[in-house]
Design a protein around this ligand. Sequence first.
Ligand SMILES: [Zn+2]
Ligand SMILES: [Zn+2]
Length: 447
Amino acid sequence: MAQDMTNKTSKIALNILKNNVLCTHCLGRQLALIGSGTTNYERGSAVIISTIMNHLLEDEEKAIKSSKIFSKTKHSYAIETYKKLTGEELTPTEKCRLCEGIFDKIELIAKRALDAVSDIEFETFLFGSSFPPEWLVREEELWTEYGITTSESIKGHFNREVGKKFSEITGKEFDRKKPDVTLIVHIPDIRIERYVSSIFLKARYRKLVRNIPQTRWPCNECDGIGCEACNYTGKRYPTSVEEEISPLVVETFEGKDSKFHGAGREDVDALMLGSGRPFVIEIISPKKRHADLEELTRKINEKAKGKVEITRLEYTDKDLVRALKENASQAVKTYRAKIYCEKPIDKERLKILEKKFTDQQLIKQRTPNRVSHRRADLIRHKVVYSVKIDDILNQQEFVAIIECQGGLYVKELISGDEGRTKPSFSELLDNNCKCVELDVLDVKEKI
Ligand SMILES: [Zn+2]
Ligand SMILES: [Zn+2]
């Protein structure tokens, strides 16, 4: 059986090499799917050596022939054997039909890749490559021509070899799923392209003053270009939660940019209190991947003092961004609302209001007038878990604590939004109610 196998692989190898020049790597690759735990170079080498050795035992003429053919691969055993048998020294110069000698440049390529990442911090990497399409076509043609079904692709082979060498040089680890950096080698010019993976940090923010949006809000008049209306800032509001936090984060990690992902958002004029609202900040193309997060928290809170405050800053990953968006409507939110009534407040009716909202009251809410320009007009079903009257300030004003499902428009729950939200405070109190101050006291997330 072993003899048969040697014969088969010998036949395939000799057959190909009779009319083609292949390097040992590419020869071995044609047999890549036969067994594992070795490299393609070793496979190629094993076929060359075992074939010639068998021929040496059988018949010298055969050995001369095969060592001459295998010398095309530039394998030293073939060249040396041929020299020993004939006294003639072969110096094969023709390039490999499949790789044009790329596999002899693995070390050079790995070093070039190292140069390409010399200015960034990373622990893990992934290699990719871009080969000219005609290179891939000519390998497929070879497979068809010789009926080869045991080869792997040149790309897979190349990426693995350059990755191994890179790991050897740098001591860094290969990671297919979440590499810190991805390196693409462009063949044949050996140009290296790099993608540095984003860093994701999660934390919670509290917003201590009104009239700060969560994220940078471009001026409506000029679309952010800058005009008289926005005092040439391009912004509708001078700052935002994002702008109080992101610049220091980007600076610390030496990123190119950042993205701010909040778990929902409060209105511009609402405070965000309690334990704060979860958010994720994505740092794009960071040069640094490690920082003292306590120190960073301290810096941010010092800069944003009196406006924004962050807590629980820690590393997270991309998956959390999706979870944040998906869970936003599952979160339970607690609001404190100051409510103004057109007519004097009827205290008996306030009790009715509290009672109505004790048992998971379902709210039907058509997209509010004030957001209908940017949200699809549809009816949402949201739950109010409880409403507690916290304080009656005067004949026309009271304060309520509202616990409800994320995504409910609380201002409209109070006003009724001309009948678009049902039931509403206005309806239940038989009064025209308006929310004049709204604060988020708590956001309970599943994360
Ligand atoms: Zn080759
Ligand atoms: Zn403007």
